[in-house]
Design a protein around this ligand. Sequence first.
Ligand SMILES: Nc1ncnc2c1ncn2[C@@H]1O[C@H](COP(=O)(O)OP(=O)(O)OP(=O)(O)O)[C@@H](O)[C@H]1O
Length: 257
Amino acid sequence: MTDESEDVLLAVTGLEVAFDGFKALDGVDLSVGRGELRFLIGPNGAGKTTLIDVVTGLTRPTGGSVRFGDEELVGRREHEIVRLGVGRTFQTSVVFEELTVLENLDLAASFRRPLWSLLRRRRGVSEAVERALETTGLQSLASSRAGVLSHGQRQWLEIGMLIAQEPRLLLLDEPVAGMAQDERARTGELLTQVARDHTVIVVEHDMDFLRRYASMVTVLHEGRVLMEGSVEQVRADPRVQEIYLGRAREEAEDAVR
Ligand SMILES: Nc1ncnc2c1ncn2[C@@H]1O[C@H](COP(=O)(O)OP(=O)(O)OP(=O)(O)O)[C@@H](O)[C@H]1O
C-alpha cells in the first residue's frame, strides 16, 4: 500500500525524540497514503503516543522530518497544525459535559472557522456539524447533555468533534479502550466510514479489533518501526509475537490465534 508511486499524505522520516538522553523515538520512518486507515501497534513505551505528539506539534523532535502533503510540520505550533488539517483525540476526554452534543460539535467546528464567520450571526447547524452528527449516528442525541452519554457515545462524539473540524488526517489514540463489545463493533464501522473521506491513523492494542477492521498495520518497538504489513503478516511474525505481546512465544501464539 505504501509504494513510492502512491499518493502519500504523511511522510515521517528519521524521526528522533530524546527525553533526557533516552530515545523515545529512534529514527522512525513512516509513510501513510491519502485515504488510508492505518493501525499503529506496539508494547507499552514503544513510542506510539510520542509519535502522535510530534505529528500534532505537542512534542518537538530532536531530529527528522514530518511532511504533511507539501508542508513540513516540525517546528510548527499545535494550532497551526490543526489549521493545516490534522486532528487528534487524546486518551483523556475533551468533551464539555454541561454542553449538548450539538453544542460540543459546534464549538469544535469553530476552532477552524475564521474569526469573521464567528462574529457573524449564524443560523441553524453548519454543514460540517450536520455531517459529523450523521456520521457518528448521534442525531437523536443532538440536544442531550454530553454528561449523560455512555462511554461509547462519548468517544463517538469526540470523533465527531474531529470530523466537524474537517481535518484531512485524524489521529485516534485507543478509541475502543474500555468499550463493550457492541460499542467496539459500532466504532469499527465508524472508523471504516470515516476513512472513506479522511486519512486515519489509529493506535490500538486489541488484536481482535485489528483482525476485524485493520488492513495495514505498523508495529513500533523501542522507538523504531519493527515491521509493517497486513494483520495476517503482523500476527504471523515471531518478532511481533515475542515483543508486542511481551511474553513467551508459545503463550503469545495462543493469545493471537
Ligand atoms: N515527557 C516525557 N519525559 C520523559 N520520558 C517520556 C516522556 N514521554 C514519554 N516518555 C517515555 O518515552 C517512551 C515512549 O512513550 P510513549 O508514551 O510514546 O509510548 P506508547 O507506545 O504510547 O506507550 P503506551 O502504550 O503505554 O501509551 C516511554 O519509555 C516513556 O516513558
